[in-house]
Design a protein around this ligand. Structure first.
Ligand code: GDP
Length: 484
């Protein structure tokens, strides 16, 4: 928590004037009433040989977080449905696949096939539910991860059999890998003429293998299911594969506790107020519960399922639409049920205050220059890189050189490597994964520059390989001199 120069002076017994002089020397203009943040106060105290102990007052939010900590007691855990997100290149069939799955497997016969779009839905296969997040495209996926929400258990990567692995396929793979989520490939549009041939299928398997997705048929661990959203071929296979993988991961949650989860979508509706689709991840959400969602709070006035039907409660892995919040939360923000309205309001207000502060304070992202300090503070454990280069040969040479650095203290993780300019999507990935973007003999696109400025993502451009490794070596040792 922040502390004023006056209080700090009293606490550590150093004259305020001396503190101010030292601050000035550190390039900070301050008066006796200036409040210093934790880092600066600690640094300043250190200058006088005093180590500050930061004691934080417990807030209601701490209580909320404690009460919502994951249940680890096996006894209380029951199996829960898997949550699936579909990713892939544009036009490869993500939307069609979602539609096909929904139409063929929605249990509710009265619905007459009319479905409400709430951002997620549940189907039943072999009597077991599977939840799909209905926001295809990795922007949504990444935006959620950027907020610390990992709602997806398994990614279905759609690859059109007539097109093969394309740039957005590679991006999607990078996103799934960064989230450490298992991938199943749907080799889609298999109904098209001349695509289901050994030579074509092998070609695509090769492209996938090159991206690190080794097909089971080739002795790897990636399941590939041939699908067609036109004939429906392979869709049941895909669902059963998802079920098998889900079982393998032994997904569980405690249904008998206050609900906790993530907001998937939210909007303001005339007449109905704030509507939010949330995914319940643990516990059971009920009408009448008081919850905090992002920096909003309220009592759940009504719950609607993915078919727009009012329901009384929703258990783990169930998407529901709720009304009753006071402000519109952002997708990716968490929610939790808390027992009294006063505390819920207090938490929401604390969060609002913090959001304002965060908006004002400069965002701390990773750069090569602050890498050493960020690592010392334990805020960064791996150096995540996104590498874009002019030709495949450059990528290979760079990767090889970077591998040689691996025996260093810092594990280097290359999240994405690709030929071509730096795109907006590279920046989004960097933002979600605390990564640095390296452009080797390539430039960023205009939109990427704007995004990088806004999100304070570092883009470093090079055209000589040893300079890349040199800078990284120096950065790791804290020796990198800022460029001017
Ligand atoms: P998205 O951009 O990945 O969501 O792709 P869409 O689902 O919008 O599909 C793009 C186009 O491919 C549409 O014209 C679909 O009708 C077509 N399409 C999708 N799946 C299949 C398939 O299995 N077979 C064939 N022949 N066409 C498909």
């Amino acid at each position: 928590p922040p502390i004023s120069v006056r209080t700090l002076s009293e606490e550590i017994g150093i004259k305020a004037n001396e503190l101010l002089r030292k601050l000035m020397g550190m390039g900070e203009m301050a008066t006796i009433n200036t409040t210093l943040d934790e880092d600066l106060a600690s640094m300043l105290a250190m200058e006088f040989g005093v180590e500050l102990e930061v004691v934080r007052a417990r807030t209601a939010e701490d209580d909320l977080l404690d009460s919502l900590a994951p249940q680890e007691d096996e006894e209380h855990l029951s199996p829960r449905p898997p949550v699936i997100t579909i990713l892939g290149h544009v036009d490869h069939g993500k939307t069609s696949l979602l539609d096909r799955i929904r139409k063929a497997n929605v249990v509710d016969s009265e619905s007459g096939g009319i479905t409400q779009h709430i951002g997620a839905y549940q189907v039943e296969y072999n009597g077991k539910p599977i939840t799909f997040v209905d926001t295809p495209g990795h922007e949504a996926f990444t935006a959620m991860r950027a907020r610390g929400a990992n709602v997806t258990d398994i990614v279905v990567l759609v690859v059109a059999a007539d097109d093969g692995v394309m740039p957005q396929t590679i991006e999607a793979i990078a996103h799934a890998k960064a989230a450490e989520v298992p991938i199943v490939v749907a080799l889609n549009k298999i109904d098209l003429p001349n695509v289901d041939t050994p030579s074509n299928v092998n070609k695509i398997y090769g492209e996938l293998a090159q991206q690190g997705l080794n097909p089971v048929e080739w002795g790897g661990d990636i399941e590939i299911v041939k699908t067609s959203t036109v004939t429906g071929q392979g869709v049941p296979d895909l669902l059963s594969t998802l079920e098998t993988i889900a079982e393998l991961h032994d997904l569980k949650a405690d249904p008998d506790r206050p609900a906790r989860g993530t907001c998937l979508e939210a909007s303001l509706s005339e007449g109905r107020g704030v509507l939010a689709t949330v995914l319940v991840q643990e516990g059971t959400l009920k009408v009448g519960d008081v919850l905090v969602c992002g920096d909003g709070f309220g009592r759940v006035r009504a719950l609607f399922n993915d078919r727009g039907r009012p329901i009384e409660q929703a258990g783990p892995s169930t998407p529901v639409e709720i009304s009753g919040l006071d402000v519109v939360p952002t997708a990716g923000e968490n929610f939790g049920v808390i027992d009294d309205v006063g505390r819920a309001r207090e938490i929401a207000e604390t969060r609002r205050g913090r959001a304002r502060e965060a908006a004002q304070a400069e965002r701390q992202t990773v750069t090569l220059e602050n890498l050493y300090n960020r690592m010392a503070e334990q805020k960064v454990k791996t150096l995540n890189l996104i590498i874009k280069a002019d030709v495949q040969g450059s990528i290979e040479a760079l990767t090889k050189e970077l591998e040689k650095l691996e025996n260093n203290e810092v594990p280097i993780r290359i999240l994405l490597k690709g030929v071509g300019g730096i795109t907006e999507s590279d920046i989004l990935l960097a933002d979600a994964s605390q990564a640095i973007v390296i452009g080797f003999r390539v430039a960023p696109e205009d939109r990427a520059i704007t995004q990088a400025d806004e999100k304070k993502i570092e883009i470093r451009r090079y055209d000589i390989i040893y300079q890349v490794t040199d800078d990284i070596k120096k950065a790791v040792e804290g020796m990198l001199v800022p460029e001017v």
